[in-house]
Ligand binder design. Structure first.
Ligand SMILES: [Zn+2]
Length: 219
């Protein structure tokens, strides 16, 4: 079965259901958005929505970057600034997936990077950035996160909180979010098996990363 197309809210509802079904998050741990093509506006999950029970009525259409509600539910997620700030700084990004995946957050809290061990991790993520803790829902968090990805990074871990994963399509952002937590789980296992500070974790060879950057590699 192909990935769902059509209305962006349907695509985001699919991401939410799959994120819970596959164990990326539990319950309502996160919020999702997509930029409406040709508009300075994005659909963001509304306040209090459950990721695995989304439908078109569970979204707010917000202006970028100010957040004024243009359509849909009047109360967007409290984390709406994270989305609008990111879109404002990354014109190439059309989808933002913010989740609370447990292993990615655990590793960053322990001071470990998420290692790219496999070709899938390297191909989809290329690089994982991390920022320190900011209070959820604040402008400080939104600005810090947006600045961290302004240079082109598409996978960010927010200290003690969650992740923000970006792409030009909902489907690619979904794949990246899945690969981020998968890489974190592999890193966690590698840390247990190697019993060291992370320096002996075998990472994907540099020549593959170089090929990804030049467009000569596939996953
Ligand atoms: Zn959050």
């Amino acid at each position: 079965m192909s990935y769902p197309g059509g209305d962006l809210r349907d695509q985001l509802a699919h991401v939410g259901a799959e994120a819970v079904r596959t164990g990326l998050v539990i319950g309502s741990g996160g919020n999702l958005s997509a930029r409406e093509p040709g508009q300075d506006a994005c659909w963001v999950t509304s306040s209090g929505s459950w990721l695995d029970r989304l439908d078109r009525g569970e979204f707010s259409l917000l202006a970028i970057p100010g957040g004024e509600v243009r359509d849909g539910r009047p109360t967007p997620s409290s984390e709406w600034r994270l989305h609008t700030e990111t879109y404002a700084r990354r014109p190439d990004v059309n989808a933002v997936i913010h989740l609370h995946p447990q292993t990615s957050v655990l590793l960053s809290a322990l001071g470990h990077d998420v290692a790219l061990l496999t070709t899938d991790h390297a191909y989809y993520l290329r690089e994982v950035a991390t920022v320190g803790f900011d209070q959820p829902g604040t402008a400080d968090l939104a600005v810090t996160a947006a600045e961290a990805v302004a240079g082109g990074v598409n996978a960010l871990v927010l200290g003690h909180h969650g992740c923000s994963v970006l792409a030009d399509t909902v489907e690619l952002a979904h794949k990246r979010a899945f690969n981020l937590e998968e890489a974190a789980r592999a890193t966690y296992s590698a840390l247990l098996l190697t019993g060291d500070d992370g320096s002996r974790i075998p990472r994907v060879p540099q020549r593959f990363l170089d090929a990804v950057r030049t467009g000569e590699a596939s996953a």
